[in-house]
Ligand binder design. Structure first.
Ligand SMILES: Cc1cc2nc3c(=O)[nH]c(=O)nc-3n(C[C@H](O)[C@H](O)[C@H](O)COP(=O)(O)OP(=O)(O)OC[C@H]3O[C@@H](n4cnc5c(N)ncnc54)[C@H](O)[C@@H]3O)c2cc1C
Length: 235
């Protein structure tokens, strides 16, 4: 591992140099295996946060309290420690600028990670693919890449056709007048994604189930709805 940077007050991004990395598509993930001194092994999947164009491979880890692997990655792993990584994995949940827009990206909590790779990839190519990103987080402290998102937002829309919308499910920041509830059909409709949009939905399992059902009910084609489920609990 090369270095670690904060992705939010509660999450860290690990920047990795992976010898022989074959390259990846935005949205794919890796399988990371840890082996203890006694031989015990644990394996978890982590989405790739970096764009394919970036020189280092970035993973962003959000702490799961009582978790086995995420606290270790956040608290114990040191720069220079080796990591056993397999990948890239997953083809259906990926996008390339060649495929164009319109795109609808909906991320809950750490589900923003693979969507960020898509937004970074889009920016790296100066693409104007029509893109709507809805980020749902418990609070501002749980919002990943807050500064980077804020920097992208005012500079690029509407000329660049990138819309970034936020929703807070628990503690909105002071003075917040925007959405502060579970993502629902009305919120998705307000984003105005046209028919034919490629939809990517990622986050905790119940979040993904609810959003994909709402998208189907709103008339989005099931074959254009791509879902990635991160874990068993809700947020
Ligand atoms: C394709 C894919 C990509 C993923 N990408 C990322 C990523 O980019 N960043 C990231 O932080 N995580 C990501 N995850 C989740 C990650 O794989 C682990 O599940 C997560 O880090 C928890 O592992 P743990 O060992 O700390 O917890 P565990 O020891 O596995 O679980 C501890 C407790 O937390 C619950 N739990 C497990 N996973 C989650 C979860 N995701 N959310 C809430 N509760 C959970 C378990 O039910 C259990 O009660 C991804 C998962 C998948 C399948």
């Amino acid at each position: 591992m090369r270095d670690v940077v904060a992705a939010s007050p509660r999450a860290r991004s690990l920047n990795l140099g992976v010898p022989g990395w074959p390259g990846h598509r935005a949205g794919q993930h890796v399988d990371l295996r840890l082996t203890a001194e006694d031989g015990y092994q644990a394996q978890r999947s982590y989405s790739i946060a970096s764009a394919p164009e970036d020189a280092t491979l970035q993973l962003t880890i959000v702490r799961v309290d009582d978790g086995e692997v995420s606290p270790y990655l956040l608290d114990e792993l040191r720069s220079g420690d080796p990591l056993d990584i397999r990948g890239p994995v997953g083809g259906h949940f990926s996008w390339s600028v060649d495929e164009g827009g319109p795109l609808l990206l909906v991320g809950g909590g750490s589900g923003l990670v693979p969507l960020m790779a898509m937004v970074r990839h889009r920016a790296a190519h100066g693409s104007d693919a029509e893109t709507r990103l809805l980020v749902s987080a418990r609070s501002d402290d749980d919002l990943l890449y807050r500064e980077e998102l804020a920097a992208l937002q005012p500079a690029l829309q509407p000329a660049d056709r990138l819309i970034i919308a936020r929703n807070y499910t628990r503690e909105p920041p002071a003075g917040w007048t925007g959405w502060k509830r579970r993502v629902d059909a009305a919120m998705l409709a307000a984003l105005g994604a046209p028919p034919g949009s490629n939809c990517f939905v990622c986050g905790p399992t119940p979040f993904v189930e609810a959003v994909t059902q709402d998208l189907v009910a709103a008339g989005h084609e099931p074959r254009r709805i791509h879902a990635e489920r991160f874990g068993p609990t809700g947020g």
